[in-house]
Design a protein around this ligand. Structure first.
Ligand code: NAI
Ligand code: ENO
Length: 360
């Protein structure tokens, strides 16, 4: 892709997980990235990782500032970078869009130079050390212009999203906040509350935990400070989703009070889960695909995984996804290779020939 910034810089303010990931991805795409953070040691870490160079004192405004700070800090930073001439236009990446949009409108002299945006990509760990250059690849990136937004702000935010491999889409801030209440914010609450049940549980119970509870609670490790800001800012959209959930929970509990009579209700609620999950997009933004899985036993020795991946590659079968389970108390791991249905026999046979033990 030719550089839509034509050699002009992009300024990233806030070099935590998202800002550093963005810096890495834009640098890789050939863009000159300037970096700034309130904490000098965090900025130095991001620079050391190759996410860009520290913002120079002089050198003219950047073409666009991407503000990657916590939601409540966005409007002040946007106002400062625009009014001081550090950037011509600004966007942000906060997980909520009504709050920063309203605050920028109230507090910034020329709010049309700002457009809110949100990459639907992240991790449950924060800081520059958690950054990934390919974090945004294939992920939706929502851009929320309104009637007053300058076209250049949208064009430049779109260019950033495309350069880092994301799939940009536009919607209103209200539509965005309602959507993320359902697909991101309420799931975070559910994960946190479930994981909270584990906190005080006896050790002999928690020791039995497997991938199921681990999958369901992964995002509960997210930064409580950040998530308090997100849930407070989006309370109006999260509450109705939680009301629905409470209704389902009440029905489920009533059904459990009369276990035999309650079975149709249980079945209906559980079937709803199967139906809902089948609507989730897969990793390429397509409908969720059911893969076939080949499970390989791997000794816990250096270089084994690299050899397995090389052998899987030599088999000519594309590995779509990988999970690794460590067998409790053994120097052994089980590596689950997801492949297109119909190719699993071929992969298993080829790996067996190369000396691997196939399970299941
Ligand atoms: N964590 C995630 O998975 C995702 C987070 N987001 C959004 O991205 C934004 C950043 O989140 P993370 O990167 O996870 O947080 P983080 O905690 O890793 O990084 C935030 C950085 O902003 C800096 N900062 C705070 N106030 C500042 C200010 N006034 N001026 C300059 N720097 C300042 C902090 O020092 C910190 O380095 C948030 O608005 C969040 O809602 C969006 C998508 C995913
Ligand atoms: O870890 C995950 O799967 C996430 O979904 C992370 C995430 C967290 C916050 C966002 O605003 C967007 C994405």
């Amino acid at each position: 892709m030719t550089d839509p910034f034509e050699g002009r810089s992009v300024l990233v303010v806030g070099t935590g997980l998202v800002g550093t990931s963005l810096g890495l991805a834009l640098t890789r795409a050939g863009v000159d990235v300037r970096l700034a953070d309130a904490k000098p040691e965090i900025l130095a870490e991001a620079v050391g990782l190759g996410a860009g160079r520290p913002e120079p004192e002089a050198g003219g405004p950047a073409a666009l500032a991407v503000v990657a700070v916590p939601p409540e800090a966005v409007a002040a930073v946007v106002g400062e970078v625009l009014q001081s001439g550090r950037a011509e236009y600004a966007t942000d990446v906060a997980s909520v869009k009504m709050l920063p949009t309203a605050q920028v409108r109230e507090r910034v002299a020329d709010p049309g130079r700002y457009v809110g945006s949100h990459p639907m990509a992240g991790r449950e760990i924060s800081g520059p050390g958690a950054a990934l250059a390919d974090l945004f690849e294939g992920r939706p990136w929502v851009i929320c212009p309104d009637d007053g937004t300058h076209q250049q702000a949208v064009t430049r935010a779109l260019a950033v999203a495309r350069l880092v491999g994301a799939a940009p889409m536009t919607m209103t801030a209200a539509e965005h906040d309602a959507a993320v209440a359902l697909v991101s914010h309420t799931p975070h609450v559910v994960a946190a509350l479930m994981a909270g049940r584990l906190a005080g549980a006896p050790g002999h119970e928690v020791r039995l935990a497997g991938p199921g509870v681990t999958d369901v609670t992964r995002i509960a490790s997210g930064d409580p400070e950040l998530w308090t800001e997100i849930l407070t800012a989006n309370a109006a959209a999260v509450r109705p989703v939680l009301e629905g959930l409470r209704g389902d929970l009440d029905r489920l509990m009533a059904a459990l009070e009369t276990p035999v009579a309650g079975q149709p209700v249980l079945r209906e609620l559980l079937r709803g889960g199967v139906d809902g999950r089948s609507r989730l997009p897969g990793k390429h933004g397509t409908a969720h695909t059911e893969f076939a899985t080949v499970i390989v036993a791997v000794d816990d020795r250096p270089g084994q995984l690299a050899r397995l991946f090389a052998d899987a590659g030599a088999a000519g079968v594309n590995v779509e996804d990988v999970r690794i389970e460590h067998a409790a108390g053994q120097a052994l791991g089980l590596v689950e290779l997801d492949v297109r249905p119909g190719t699993e026999q071929e992969l298993a046979a080829s790996l067996r020939e190369r000396g691997w033990t196939i399970r299941g």
